[in-house]
Design a protein around this ligand. Structure first.
Ligand code: SAM
Length: 285
């Protein structure tokens, strides 16, 4: 089986099938063999693993995953790529190809044979236009993923890794850190893709927590507080939460809770850490 991850094979494959990269699906195909090898290495995938790949594209990363993993389930939205994938990956009997939108898939149903494997890992070069919804869909699914290794836009990784009181800090930083420990493992230049994206990329590895890093009585309330705080981030926490439709809290209730949290009345939501949001939710529960 020819190795797909290089410029000439990718070019020849696109030409053979008369395929053009579709911007609307965020198609930027990886053509750098070293980067592909590093992604698989960072993911730590082995024969004991069931791997979920989102957006196999031409099958480049999928091919390497099939070599290393016990089984790969790959979900691709673009119907035109299915004959290409069936051809390029015909040599692998440990692959299930699905033509669907990952955000419409029941992940439990997709991974129903998971008990045959010691762990489930997500590995993907994500379509950048839906990075945040896909990450949240995976994290909130409750599926027992061990890790998520994804190529994403550099700016999104910066938001995920941001600390309180910075302009990048927000709901995404808090949500991802509630579920996982994010590590930026590799910087990737636009020249490693065809067509070249006009943004920098990184490989981010999320080690999923078995136990959440903070205890909170009402997780849903905590996330509504987080969304309310960053909905109008220039406002104080009191005003942000008071005006947020998803909460229905009076000014007095919020001021009282902030005082119990030991914060000044003028505190902004962007100053609070994850454990402070958890405590605030517990006070308001
Ligand atoms: N894995 C390939 C590679 O590394 O060369 C392609 C990566 S490309 C950045 C993103 C892939 O995700 C494309 O193949 C695109 O068609 C697919 N995709 C986009 N939206 C999707 C969705 N909602 N569900 C599943 N796949 C999607």
């Amino acid at each position: 089986m020819a190795f797909l991850g290089n410029p000439s094979v990718t070019g020849a494959t696109l030409e053979k099938y008369g395929i053009r990269a579709q911007k609307k699906y965020g198609q930027n195909f990886l053509i750098d063999g070293n980067v592909l090898e590093r992604i698989v290495e960072i993911s730590g995938v082995n024969k004991e693993d069931l791997v979920l790949e989102i957006g196999p594209g031409l099958g480049t990363l999928t091919q390497m995953l099939c070599e290393k993993a016990g089984r790969v389930v790959a979900v691709e939205i673009d119907k035109k790529l299915m004959p290409v994938l069936e051809d390029t990956l015909s040599g692998y009997d440990n692959l299930t190809l699905i033509n669907d939108d990952i955000l419409k898939c029941d992940l439990y149903e997709l991974l129903k044979n998971a008990e045959d494997f010691s762990s489930i890992k997500v590995v993907a070069n994500l379509p950048y236009y839906i990075t945040t919804p896909v990450l949240m869909y995976i994290l909130e699914s409750g599926c027992p993923f061990e890790s998520v290794t994804v190529m994403i836009q550099k700016e999104v990784a910066e938001r995920i890794k941001a600390e309180p009181s910075t302009k990048e800090y927000g709901s995404l930083s808090l949500a991802v850190r509630y579920y996982s420990d994010p590590v930026v493992a590799l910087q990737v230049a636009p020249s490693c893709f065809v067509p070249r994206p006009n943004v920098g990329s990184v490989v981010l590895r999320l080690g999923i927590y078995r136990e959440k890093p903070v205890a909170v009585k009402d997780q849903d309330l905590m996330f509504r507080l987080i969304r309310g705080s960053f909905n109008q981030r220039r406002k104080t926490l009191v005003n942000g939460l008071k005006n947020y439709a998803g909460l229905n809290l009076s000014k007095e209730q919020i001021e009282d809770a902030i005082e119990k949290l030991g914060k000044k009345p003028s505190v902004r939501g962007e100053e609070l850490t994850l454990s402070e949001f958890a405590r605030l939710a517990d006070i308001l529960t």
